[in-house]
Design a protein around this ligand. Structure first.
Ligand SMILES: O=CC(=O)O
Length: 322
């Protein structure tokens, strides 16, 4: 019997690739940048499985060409790059990579929060470029976490892990907003559920971990930023699409809020002429939330395992239930 065919849209680690090769005929895009759209469309026409990344748009156009596709394995926990209704109507299975990147992303979120509030990048730049004249009483000051109120928007796996990591910083209150109450998890952390407006009004730090969906697109708009404290800090490690970016730029320029730390934005990569790059009160990272060596290796391995299980009609380790 012929082996199933899988297309891999980027160079991945040898362990994950070899696992696929033991079970499938593999073709790959081996460039370090995303596979060009035309190349992707050409290569999906006769494959049973697709190993993709969050940089690959899996839409109707692609699915119409991928007539034999049985499973999509995305090496990500987010799946806003997948057109779910079209995938579902074709009975294609989807595997994704929750859990194994939770710690890495929570760690990065705390790092970004501290880098933004304590102005680490700005301070480092000043030290390197002669701006460090002398120790000065009020130079490079920013708000501390101790005694503060932190609001977490979206209280799933990553939001909860961020909450746990905040406790040793002696924050006064942790607020969360999510569609459903998460009483047990919240009790463990000592977090209080509030509505979106209350969270914005009361928080010194607002951390966004909510996933991007039609109902969460642009929820951080001009009105939302106006509700936040002028001393507050906005941190986003979820998806750029939950933010009206022009409204955020205005809020940072006008000091409606104090600063922002962003690991995600629109579009990615952020163009070099974006006003965000001109703002001292904005720390920008290039979407590296899950970028620990172990997390990325395990994400690729899990993606291969998801694909192989689906092709064998076995239970997938992490199937996205559509
Ligand atoms: O953003 C990263 C992911 O969705 O895995």
């Amino acid at each position: 019997m012929s082996r199933p065919k899988v297309y891999v849209t980027r160079e991945i680690n040898p362990e994950a690739l070899n696992l696929l090769k033991e079970n499938c005929e593999v073709t790959s895009w081996t460039g370090s940048s995303p596979v060009p759209r035309a190349e992707l469309l050409k290569n999906v026409s006769d494959v049973d499985a697709l190993f993709c990344l969050l940089t690959d748009k899996i839409d109707k156009d692609l699915l119409d060409k991928a007539k034999k596709l049985k499973v999509i394995g995305t090496m990500s926990v987010g799946y806003d790059h997948l057109q779910i209704d079209e995938i579902k109507s074709r009975n294609i299975k989807v595997g994704y990579t929750p859990n194994i990147l939770t710690d890495a992303t929570a760690e990065l979120t705390i790092a970004l929060l501290l880098a933004t509030s304590r102005r680490l990048l700005e301070a480092n730049r000043e030290a390197r470029t002669g701006g460090w004249a002398a120790w000065s009483p009020f130079w490079m000051c920013g708000p501390g976490l101790s005694g503060s109120t932190v609001g977490i928007v979206g209280f799933g796996r990553i939001g909860q892990e961020i909450g746990k990591r905040l406790k040793p910083f002696k924050v006064k209150r942790i607020l969360y907003q999510s569609r459903s109450a998460k009483d047990d998890q919240a009790n463990e952390i000592g977090a209080e559920r509030v509505n979106f407006d209350e969270l914005l009004k009361q928080s010194d730090f607002v951390i966004v971990t909510i996933s991007l969906a039609p109902e969460t697109a642009n929820i951080f708009n001009e009105e939302a930023f106006k509700k936040m404290k002028p001393t507050s800090i906005f941190i986003n490690t979820s998806r750029g699409g939950v933010v009206d970016q022009d409204a955020l730029i205005k809020a940072l320029q006008n000091k409606t809020i104090w600063a922002a730390g962003l690991d995600v934005m629109t579009p990615e990569p952020l163009p070099l002429d974006s006003p965000l790059f001109k703002l001292e009160n904005c720390v920008i990272l290039p979407h590296i939330g899950s970028a620990t060596l172990d997390a990325r290796k395990n994400m690729a391995l899990l993606t291969s395992r998801n694909i192989i299980a689906a092709l064998k009609n076995e239970k997938m380790p992490e199937e996205l239930i559509l």
